[in-house]
Design a protein around this ligand. Structure first.
Ligand SMILES: [Zn+2]
Length: 233
């Protein structure tokens, strides 16, 4: 039996150097056994990344089991309300969110559309569990459709037009303004059955001012280059 003279670790008879610190083994009483196979590989191996198919199966099973177990608990033990539908809907939504990871080649536009449909579905489950107010069709659904459309528009600008960072910022601000106004108008219609713009006008004004400045900078080559140089964009 040999021991490393540097770190003291016990060494296998086939070791010609300490596997921990690399110190050469010198034991006149026991020469290195070069015939027997080493108990561990001599070279470090690399484990390849997980296959997408395996990842898909793993995540799908975790989500399916979570949904199934919660459904059974709801049916058999914790009865009274249909609380498990929140969990089942959440699992389905997560599965839709993971689809681009699973499929890889799925179009980002299709993926965004599916995400929007999944969120609309989840709101639909909540509305089904709490019926009678009409908030789903009058607030949640239109806002989900609008948000999905605005995100799709942004994705088109980034991927198809290759818009600059300044142009993207201008577009995002414009979209925030549109969405904020839409939220106030839909809430007004829902609660008061009358249209009026108050608090969203403040957001709208700020966005318009900043957008005007951004568009001016984008249009004027000198200003644009100055901003790019100073902000490293
Ligand atoms: Zn050692």
């Amino acid at each position: 039996m040999s021991y490393c003279v540097n770190c003291g670790v016990e060494l296998h008879a086939t070791c010609s150097a300490c596997p921990l610190c690399g110190t050469k083994v010198l034991n006149p009483a026991q020469p290195v056994d070069r015939e027997s196979p080493a108990p561990f590989p001599g070279r470090r191996g690399d484990v390849g990344p997980a296959q997408k198919g395996d990842l898909m199966i793993l995540i799908s099973i975790i989500l399916a089991v979570t949904a199934g177990v919660c459904g059974l608990l709801n049916l058999l033990i914790f009865r009274g309300t249909s609380w498990s539908l929140y969990v089942i809907g959440g699992c389905a939504l997560l599965w839709v969110f993971f689809l681009p990871v699973f499929l890889g080649r799925i179009s980002p536009y299709v993926s965004l559309l599916l995400d929007g449909a999944g969120i609309a579905m989840y709101f639909g489950i909540i509305a089904w569990l709490h019926p009678g107010h009409g908030w789903y069709l009058r607030i949640a659904f239109p806002l989900t459709v609008l948000a999905t459309g605005l995100i799709l528009l942004f994705a088109v600008c980034v991927r198809q037009i290759h818009a600059s960072i300044l142009s993207r910022a201008a577009l995002v601000l414009g979209e925030i303004a549109v969405f904020t106004v839409a939220v106030e108008l839909l809430l007004d219609l829902f609660f008061r059955a009358a249209l009026s713009i108050t608090w969203s006008a403040i957001v709208l004004t700020c966005c318009v001012i900043i957008d005007a400045a951004l568009i001016t900078i984008i249009r004027r080559a000198g200003l644009r280059e100055e901003v790019r140089r100073r902000m490293h964009i």
